[in-house]
Design a protein around this ligand. Structure first.
Ligand SMILES: C[S@@+](CC[C@H](N)C(=O)[O-])C[C@H]1O[C@@H](n2cnc3c(N)ncnc32)[C@H](O)[C@@H]1O
Length: 310
């Protein structure tokens, strides 16, 4: 039967029709709660600034010793500079903006550009016939994973799954000081705690809960090592150093050549940044790491472009 939403050339080209693109655009808008939410660029409100002020006071108090020590030494590394920005000269507006970005009344904290890029990555692996499933490590309310399933549905792809790996009980206690400080701030907005059934209900609300959605509940350390399954798109959204390293160490080898590795938190303020840099150095990964929007970056693994005919 001919496909209605996607046209596939014999060479395996996947084209989203205008109607499929409109579905995905509406899906993205709805998952981001674009219609009911304060526009991200709108001025910060008094209560938002007050919440940030209170959080700063509490965090600086909790890490009083470290704040004192940081005051007396010059910041040299990216980690030390981030720590200073969070403990020594924290900026109320920056913290309030961080809270706004990470606690939306939405199914995902990703923005439109990040979802658009995710769509492009999925279409590329389909077009280039890169084997494997799609995986979201760090699910929160499920939005990005729901979007991935939506892209497969829009293209009527039946032979790939979306994996959702999460504790479904929020972020673990981090190992590193920097992540611990970020964690202390995140406690003010709930530490991303969303239960398994809530995420399933979200997938079902979008009519995208089926046997192509594979849930992996538990801590990454327990669920990811030993998972042997080819992946075409791997989203790493675990924020912390340890969580990100576990994702990469457990799953990078499963990513097929030509597959995408997307890092959501590639910013020195998150331990994920250091984990990615260390991992790439250790594996001698030369593929450039490409910025998308905000902290989202990606690289394409071992990609060799096929020569164009003629
Ligand atoms: C920033 S949120 C993910 C946002 C999400 N991708 C979205 O679309 O909005 C980070 C998620 O990672 C999960 N997480 C972080 N480290 C983890 C670990 N070591 N094991 C299991 N889940 C972890 C948390 O439970 C949380 O849901």
């Amino acid at each position: 039967m001919p496909s209605t939403n996607a046209s596939r050339s014999p060479a395996g080209n996947f084209e989203l029709t205008p109607l499929a693109n409109r579905y995905l655009s509406l899906l993205s808008d709805t998952l981001r709660n674009r219609f009911y939410r304060e526009p991200p660029e709108s001025p910060l409100s008094g209560p938002e600034l007050e919440r940030a002020r209170n959080a700063i006071e509490a965090v600086v108090r909790e890490f009083a010793e470290e704040s004192e020590r940081l005051r007396s030494v010059p910041a040299i590394t990216a980690e030390e500079m981030s720590l200073r920005a969070l403990l020594v000269d924290p900026d109320e507006a920056i913290i309030a903006g961080f809270f706004r970005a990470n606690s939306p009344t939405a199914y995902t904290v990703l923005d439109a550009e990040a979802l658009e890029n995710l769509k492009d990555c999925i279409v590329s692996v389909l077009r280039d016939n890169v084997p494997g499933d799609l995986m979201e490590c760090g699910v929160f309310r499920g939005g990005a994973a729901i979007y991935m399933r939506g892209v497969l549905a829009a293209l009527e792809v039946e032979d790939r799954k979306v994996w959702l790996a999460d504790s479904f009980q929020g972020l673990p206690q981090p190992e590193r000081l920097l992540d611990s400080v970020v964690h202390a701030y995140l406690k003010a907005i709930g530490s991303f705690i969303v239960g398994f059934y809530e995420v399933m209900a979200a997938c079902s609300a979008f009519d995208l809960l089926d046997d192509k959605m594979e849930f992996l509940p538990g801590w990454f350390d327990d669920t990811l090592p030993g998972l042997s399954h080819p992946l075409a798109v791997l989203r790493c959204d675990g924020d912390w150093y340890g969580s990100t390293l576990t994702i990469l160490e457990s799953l990078y080898d499963q990513v097929s050549p030509g597959g995408f590795v997307i890092i959501d938190d590639y910013n020195p303020v998150f331990g994920a940044y250091q984990a990615v840099n260390e991992f790439r150095a250790q594996k001698d990964i030369q593929a450039p790491i490409i910025p998308v929007a905000g902290n989202v970056h990606y690289w394409r693994k071992d990609y060799v472009e096929e020569p164009k005919p003629g």
